[in-house]
Design a binder for this molecule. Sequence first.
Ligand SMILES: COc1ccc(C(=O)Nc2ccccc2)cc1NC(=O)CCSCc1cnc2[nH]ccc2c1
Length: 273
Amino acid sequence: KEENSPKLWCLEDFEIGKPLGKGKFGRVYLAREKKSKYIVALKVIFKEQLEKYRLQHQLRREMEIQNTLDHSNVLRLFGWFHDADRIFLILEYAHRGELYKLLKKYGHLPEKQAATYIASLTEALAYCHQKHVIHRDIKPENLLLDFEGRLKIADFGWSVQSTSKRRTMCGTLDYLAPEMVENKAHDYAVDNWTLGVLCFEFLYGFPPFEAENQTDTFKRIIKVDLSFPPTPHVSVEAKNLIVRLLVKESSKRLPLPKILEHPWIIKNADPKG
Ligand SMILES: COc1ccc(C(=O)Nc2ccccc2)cc1NC(=O)CCSCc1cnc2[nH]ccc2c1
């Protein structure tokens, strides 16, 4: 075979391990490629599920997007293959699992840790934006940690090639920017808003517009009803960064490069990511 042709994988190339989680379209398993002994995550997607939700094109477009992304803070898609009724995605395995679980366990993160994750996220998003990819669905569940504790943006289930497409509302509104919950045209700046939400949640342990139900969350987001609980462990600089990201007017949100120059990031983020 020619050297640079992507290898055609098949299920027999892998030993399947424990389930890592289940998504809407199937499950994710720990797996090991037999020859190289390389550990991966194998995501199984049932074709009939895909057809039922008419997401074949979305998945295909996503595979194209994923193929062009190569950044240390973006979870890699190494390849994919299919059999009669399933599609298999060969994904990078993040050994330390979901950032979400770490947050639940510790309640909130120390400023240095939070700043390091925000800096990594900002770099990953700047990279995706220059590739014309808006993630739009960054929330702690979609953030994973590799064996060195480095952050990986993991789920691209809803990424689009920068067309402001309606997205079916699923799960929590907490991370959505006003223009998205108002269903207006949105652009890259939605990810800047989400960074502000995540920074708040890393430092306080809950998202800024949390409410009893979706309607109240919706109202709080639209109003940008932001208030900081009185606590000694969050610096003024951190609050300053959050306030400059959670801005209703999307063009006035702190741009990604400016986030990396913010005093709180400069002072607290670990450059090794
Ligand atoms: C680049 O990533 C992805 C790319 C594409 C898709 C996807 O499903 N696309 C889709 C599906 C159907 C219709 C349309 C689009 C999903 C992901 N990512 C994940 O599913 C997150 C877990 S990545 C696995 C993984 C790794 N490491 C871990 N450590 C602990 C748990 C764990 C879990």
